[in-house]
Design a protein around this ligand. Structure first.
Ligand code: NAP
Length: 307
């Protein structure tokens, strides 16, 4: 459906967050009309950037299906970039899904944005199990649902992900040094998702990776980006990682955290074992997209000689 200005109206939930904000920006760059659904009472300062880019702000509680339905009316697609535990990913996202149907919007993009969990058995990753449960609910709806699977955000290599240990110049891995890993920057994930949202007919799953890289590829990228020579360091096999996850979860369960350390390690296990690897890529669906490499995301200090 088009807005009064003749451009598709895309509804974004989670636009005050990191990825959702980038999706809203990418949609505006591509000429879409964007309506952000935000919590009632969200501080104006948190909305200034969205407003400055011409995003319409609509307050609606994710607990109220009637309010959400009103807020979704006229949309071409609803995009969820919500983040949270089961309460958010299953319960509140289901309210949003229901409202999307009730409002007569045809298309829905869930907040999956992860490695490929479609072939993972339950029990290997708590946060991905929430997404599997939501998948079962979404697939019973009458909506055209499309999930964007991006592997790991490349940006995490600069901080949270325990893969590139800059102070000791090591790339850390478990299992097989040659295991390919899917990495996509947040910028590219947002840009691709914007294209999917504006599209008219997309498949159930779209898999992307800005770069597919193994431990040695990460070593080269880190060496170039940081201007010093990195080495790879194998901590152990996947069994060792599993035992580390069990012990960490026992000692520091942090059940209410979305990304406690043991949860991050579960993502590492899914990637390093190859079980969460994308079997194919759909990057070429939008051929004009320009994908960021790991090296580009790590830093722009190219040309510094490797020591
Ligand atoms: N593949 C990867 O490597 C990777 C890494 C990180 C994240 N992700 C995924 O990317 C997606 C977005 O994550 P993010 O990092 O952008 O999240 P984020 O910055 O934490 O933003 C989360 C958004 O959800 C909203 N939200 C959460 N609970 C809500 C509630 N009860 N009511 C209303 N709004 C609520 C927040 O609103 P407020 O601002 O009002 O709180 C915010 O807009 C998630 O699916 C996440 O799992 C993937």
């Amino acid at each position: 459906m088009e807005s009064a200005t003749g451009t598709p109206l895309i509804i974004v939930a989670g636009a005050t967050g990191e990825l959702g904000g980038l999706i809203a920006h990418a949609l505006r760059d591509k000429g879409a009309s964007v309506r952000a659904l935000v919590r009632p009472g969200t501080a104006a300062t948190r909305l200034a950037d969205l407003r400055a880019r011409g995003v319409e702000i609509r307050e609606a509680s994710l607990t109220s299906v009637p309010d959400l339905t009103e807020a979704c009316r006229g949309g071409h697609c609803v995009v969820s970039a919500l983040s949270g535990l089961g309460r958010v990913i299953i319960d509140l996202q289901t309210n949003l899904l229901k409202a999307t149907e009730d409002a007569g919007v045809k298309r829905f993009i869930p907040s999956d944005f992860s490695l490929d969990f479609t072939r993972l058995p339950r029990g290997t990753n708590r946060n991905l199990d929430f997404r599997k449960t939501f998948q079962e609910i979404a697939d019973k709806s009458n909506l055209e649902v499309t999930s964007v699977l991006n592997g790991m955000f490349t940006d995490l290599l600069k901080g949270d992900a325990p893969l590139i240990a800059k102070p000791i110049s090591r790339v850390i891995y478990w299992g097989d040094r040659d295991q390919p890993l899917d990495m996509t920057s947040m910028r590219d994930t947002a840009a691709y998702t914007a294209r999917v949202a504006m599209d008219t007919n997309t498949p159930r799953w779209l898999r992307i990776a800005g770069e597919v890289v193994d431990a040695d590829g990460l070593r080269l990228a880190a060496s170039e980006a940081y201007g010093k020579s990195f080495k790879t360091m194998r901590i152990g096999g996947i069994g060792v990682l599993s035992r580390m996850i069990d012990v960490t979860r026992l000692l520091a369960p942090q059940r209410e955290e979305v990304f406690p350390p043991w949860q991050g390690m579960q993502y590492m296990r899914n990637m390093m074992s190859g079980r969460g690897k994308h079997p194919t890529l759909d990057n070429d669906r939008y051929p004009d997209m320009d994908w960021q490499s790991v090296r580009e995301v790590l830093g722009d200090n190219y040309g510094v000689p490797v020591q």
